[in-house]
Ligand binder design. Structure first.
Ligand code: GAP
Length: 437
């Protein structure tokens, strides 16, 4: 099912089950801003942890960084954002409409709001969000909320080399908030004005850059597949020469088939030696690599896999959404990869009036909680409790019944197959560990 209704269903589920809420909803919301609720914050955290584990902790050639959002304004002059980070903007001339639109998003010369065909001349609109630092309100206090995390990595290149004595090739990874004053935010969390990026700058020898670019494309594509995205919903799209920035030697997007069409999740770019050279020129500092064996000095080439955490999370939500017919009922189930599921195990007592049974269920929950995010629930009939967990994608439900008090066994129900297995309380952790690995 890849229809616009699917998107509506995912948005409704996100609200109903506490994944994503409109920002400041009690005041009518804020366009282009969303809040992650109890389930969404767990899901997004799991996405970030999976990324960090894959690109930093399980590799020998990567280190992490957590740079500040506010940076010296010269950073953005050097990176080119002050001069060039703009969209072309037009206004619809229909006085009853006056929609402000991105010029490149107008199809067949027609306004998407009122179907008018007359527009103002296009003008450049810089997407960086401006703010004022300190008590002064003059131009000397102007600062920007970073539009990408990447520049925090480039300006720390020498700090990382000097403090870690890294040799080429090596990479620096960072997760953090970025801000863009998007003209037309939309498609739920796909295009927002505040979002989180997961970015890598991988420094390599110029002659190794192309091979390295191909390796990162394969690695980043595989990461989404490993976390359960269906292969038919994922594709790689190499940019044509006319799409590339003047300094880029190549760029490939990982795209996901959203209900609104194929759209970018992540871009992998060969940025050549552009950024380090720019910052060296603007700062007057030596940002050069010295080979410890040959003593040769040169600017490394940079491969940049740059993904959006919110877009990735949205793709995992859309891909996980399933509706299944069970007898006369429709079951909505989020088939998340176990490592992404917000809750791993839910524990229910079959009879909440039986104190011994409740105590056993709560003890099991306390024990499992040491290893996984678990919940205890006794607020409904068992069928209703299962459905509730299906909708948040909990891989396993454990039910404690009267028989459990005698045989010290519980019923484990698997989310996708709905298969039920009796497992001894003693072996429960080992059983779940195998299944959740
Ligand atoms: N440093 C390179 C860079 O920032 P980008 O293609 O502009 O490249 C990288 O952004 C990723 O950040 C995108 O692939 C997307 O996942 C995410 N992203 C960019 N703008 C976004 C927005 N307005 N809302 C949500 N995610 C966004």
């Amino acid at each position: 099912m890849k229809t616009p209704e699917l998107m509506d269903k995912v948005v409704a589920l996100c609200k109903r089950r506490g994944f994503i809420f409109p920002s400041s909803e009690i005041y009518g919301g804020l366009n282009g801003a969303w809040d992650y609720g109890p389930m969404g914050s767990e899901l997004k955290r799991n996405v970030k942890n999976a990324w960090w584990k894959a690109v930093v902790q399980s590799r020998d050639d990567m280190v992490g960084l957590d740079a500040s959002i506010l940076m010296h304004p010269k950073t953005w002059e050097a990176s080119g954002h002050t001069a060039n980070f703009a969209d072309m903007l037009v206004d619809c001339k229909n006085p009853k409409c006056s929609a402000r639109l991105r010029a490149d998003k107008i199809e067949n010369g027609t306004c998407p709001s009122c179907k008018g065909t007359s527009f103002t001349e296009s003008r450049a609109f810089n997407l960086m969000l401006k703010t004022q630092l300190g008590a002064m309100e003059d131009s000397s206090a102007v600062c920007f909320l970073r539009p990408e995390t990447a520049q925090g990595i480039f300006v720390n290149f020498m700090n990382v080399i000097d403090s870690t004595h890294r040799k080429l090739p090596f990479g620096i990874a960072q997760i953090g908030k970025s801000f863009r004053n998007e003209i037309t935010p939309g498609n739920f969390t796909f295009r927002t004005r505040e979002f989180e990026q997961m970015e890598i700058e991988y420094f390599t020898l110029p002659e190794r850059a192309d091979a390295c670019y191909r390796e990162w494309i394969a690695a980043r594509h595989q990461w989404y597949l490993d976390l359960g995205i269906r292969p038919e919903n994922l594709q790689l799209r190499e940019h044509g020469k006319d799409e590339l920035a003047h300094y880029a030697a190549g760029c490939t997007d990982v795209e996901y088939l959203f209900p609104f069409g194929w759209s970018e999740l992540e871009g992998i770019a060969n940025r050549t030696d552009y950024d380090l050279k720019q910052h060296a020129q603007f700062s007057g500092k030596k940002l050069i690599y010295k080979d410890p064996v040959t003593n040769q000095e040169f600017y490394p080439y940079v491969i940049e896999p740059s993904g959006g955490c919110d877009r990735g999370t949205l793709a995992f939500l859309v891909d996980a959404y399933h509706e299944e017919q069970v007898n006369d009922d429709t079951r909505v189930v989020m088939k998340f990869h176990p490592s992404l599921a917000p809750v791993k195990v839910a524990i229910f007592p079959l009879l909440k009036k039986n104190a011994d049974l409740v105590a056993l269920a709560k003890n099991i929950k306390t024990d499992l909680k040491k290893e996984w995010n678990c919940v205890y629930d006794d607020t409904g009939a068992i069928g209703k409790l299962y459905r509730r967990q299906d909708e948040i994608g909990t891989p396993f439900c454990v039910t404690v019944d009267v028989q459990s008090l005698e045989d010290k066994q519980v019923t484990v129900r698997e989310r996708d197959t709905m298969q039920q297995t009796r497992v001894s309380v003693e072996n429960l952790k080992i059983y779940l560990r195998e299944k959740l690995a």
